[in-house]
Design a protein around this ligand. Structure first.
Ligand SMILES: NC(=O)C[C@H](N)C(=O)O
Length: 326
């Protein structure tokens, strides 16, 4: 690479509101997500070319609710191949925000090997809206992926001037711009204009794991079942009958469930069937108990990602308990 060559950053577009379009410039709820192609996203921000040498690839163009496990595997494998190129400084994934945290967490667990930045970015206002947030978010995301200060920090989420850890970040508001937060752990840093500014030296989340998904084309099915007063075992048993190789419970409080469900989970645990107990509270630990596997700090949707990856490698209950840190 020549002395004055710009860092190489590859953008992988998957759709979402950042690529959304509507006939109305004030429509922020009924627009069509995943309408605009990757080249149009790049062309809309000419400033990108002064930050990095950009390449773009369309992986999908869908609302993030339609992101599948096979797309996750394809995205992760493509990114790892790109990160292995000496001219690549980092990568950016544009993504719908609804399930962004799941893709970000998956990439955090499967693409952190090189230490090069992997940045996931979205928008809350479609590209056609007044004050669309996508273009500036994309410029900040590329600036982060181009920055050497972003190395060895795991995958990161860029939204609303903030840099979040993909391990901890979660969507907390249905429509507001400042929706991505980590209630307990906070942000890694923020942007001063387009300049990333980190609060801490690189550090990894406690218990963070790495999975090699090269050559894998599918993952075991894991279902999620929500708890509430008077919940019974109907949905849990239906999920198992439908072929789930593991179930994540969205528990009341500390991964807790009505006694009838607790007894069933205890039985399943004895049989070696994995049930992870997450929490519907939004923050805190789901701790170890006799029944199932406490999810630690992971919410249900992230627990599902980790459980799929761990089961794909044949993890048993004991190993799963150590993976989940709960
Ligand atoms: N803000 C967004 O991107 C939401 C959109 N429904 C999506 O996740 O694709």
């Amino acid at each position: 690479q020549a002395q004055d060559a710009k860092p190489g950053v590859s953008i992988y577009a998957t759709g979402g509101t950042i690529a959304g379009a509507s006939k109305s410039s004030t429509d922020t709820t009924t627009y069509k997500a995943g309408s605009i192609g990757v080249q149009a996203l790049i062309d809309a921000v000419p400033e990108l070319s002064s930050v990095a040498t950009i390449t773009g690839e369309q992986i999908a163009n869908v609302p993030s609710n339609d992101i599948t496990t096979s797309l996750l595997l394809k995205l992760s494998q493509t990114i790892n191949r790109q990160l292995a190129q000496p001219g690549t400084n980092g990568v950016v994934v544009t993504h719908g925000t609804d399930t962004l945290e799941e893709t970000a967490f998956f990439l955090d667990l499967t693409t952190s090997g090189s230490g090069k930045p992997v940045v996931i970015v979205g928008a809350m206002r479609p590209a056609t809206a007044i004050s669309a947030d996508g273009p500036f978010n994309l410029l900040q995301a590329v600036s982060l992926a181009a920055s050497n200060s972003a190395k060895n920090r795991g995958a990161m989420v860029v939204m609303n001037d903030r840099i979040g850890s993909a391990f901890y970040n979660t969507k907390t508001n249905t429509t507001a711009m400042d929706t991505f937060r980590s209630v307990e752990q906070g942000y890694l840093g923020m942007f001063i204009g387009t300049q990333p500014s980190f609060y801490y030296s690189p550090a990894l989340p406690t218990g963070k794991l790495a999975f090699d998904v090269s050559g894998i084309t599918s993952l075991p099915k894991v279902s999620i079942v929500y708890m509430h007063e008077d919940q019974d075992n109907e949905q849990l048993d239906a999920a198992i009958r439908a072929g789930a190789k593991g179930v994540v419970i969205v528990g009341n409080g500390n991964g807790s469930t009505p006694t009838i469900v607790k007894n069933r989970i205890e039985e399943l645990t004895k049989q070696g069937y994995p049930v992870v107990r997450a929490s519907r509270t939004g923050s805190g630990f789901s701790t170890k108990k006799i029944e199932g596997i406490g999810s630690g700090t992971l919410n249900a949707q992230k627990s599902r990602i980790l459980l799929m990856l761990a089961l794909s490698q044949g993890a048993d209950i004991q190993l799963l308990r150590s993976y989940f840190n709960g």
